[in-house]
Design a protein around this ligand. Structure first.
Ligand code: DX5
Ligand code: ZN
Length: 217
């Protein structure tokens, strides 16, 4: 199974964002956490920052929208240059229409689930998606502890995706580190966000490679 490491820059130095991204040439994608202080109790960055960053970084941008009303805002992130746009299903009024709109604009469409949101009610939506993101912490902040209680949901998502077929990626986000990535990979995840593990390391690029090796093992 292909493995993708998609580091989150949430714990990087925001004053030098492009330089921070250049420190991890081995990353497959760059994960940008958009928070609006409504859907989550934290405020980060928006489409203008992604638009500027997309012009200067080597990797494609994976925008994780932790925002209210993604139906209104998500298409703008495709226009800003994000190649993958993830909306939270808890916040979307019309997830099918939104996924189709993101795809029609030319990006990968992805749906995220908070830890307490079950995957089963959304099983029929999976063919509309390019990725499912299972949150393994409550969204809002980097540096939180991995929630083992999310592992059964990763397994169930893997089973459902295998049944659907196609190439829908299964991403995990929150507390992913050398100590937890193996559990996620065993459960069936193939795309791994890591924030503090990568940018808290002395050598972020080496950490990206170490995470990849452990996920494949
Ligand atoms: C949390 C964000 C994550 C966060 C991950 O709400 O969605 O992407 O940056 O950070 P770590 O890896 O430190 O949990
Ligand atoms: Zn994220």
């Amino acid at each position: 199974m292909a493995v993708r490491i998609t580091p989150s820059v949430l714990n990087a130095d925001f004053a030098h964002l492009a330089d921070e991204c250049a420190r991890i040439p081995g990353a497959d994608w760059l994960h940008l956490d958009v928070m609006d202080n409504h859907f989550v109790p934290n405020l980060t960055l928006g489409a203008p920052v992604i638009e500027s960053l997309a012009k200067v970084v080597a990797q494609p941008i994976d925008a994780h929208l932790m925002i209210a009303d993604p139906d209104r805002w998500a298409p703008g992130f495709v226009e800003a240059g994000a190649r993958s746009v993830t909306f939270h299903v808890e916040a979307a009024a019309a997830p099918v229409r939104l996924a189709r709109e993101i795809r029609a604009k030319g990006a990968r469409a992805s749906m995220a689930l908070k830890p307490a949101t079950p995957i089963e009610p959304y099983a029929d939506l999976l063919p509309e998606l390019d990725m499912v993101l299972i949150m393994t912490v409550e969204p809002g902040f980097g540096g939180q502890s991995f929630l083992d209680l999310c592992l059964p949901k990763i397994r169930r998502a893997r089973e459902l995706l295998d049944r659907v077929g196609g190439d829908v990626w299964l991403q995990v986000d929150g507390g992913v580190s050398l100590g937890t990535i193996e559990r996620c990979a065993d459960a069936g995840a193939d795309t791994f966000v890591a924030g503090s593990a990568v940018f808290g390391a002395d050598d972020p690029e080496q950490m990206v490679q170490a995470l990849r090796e452990r996920a494949v093992a």
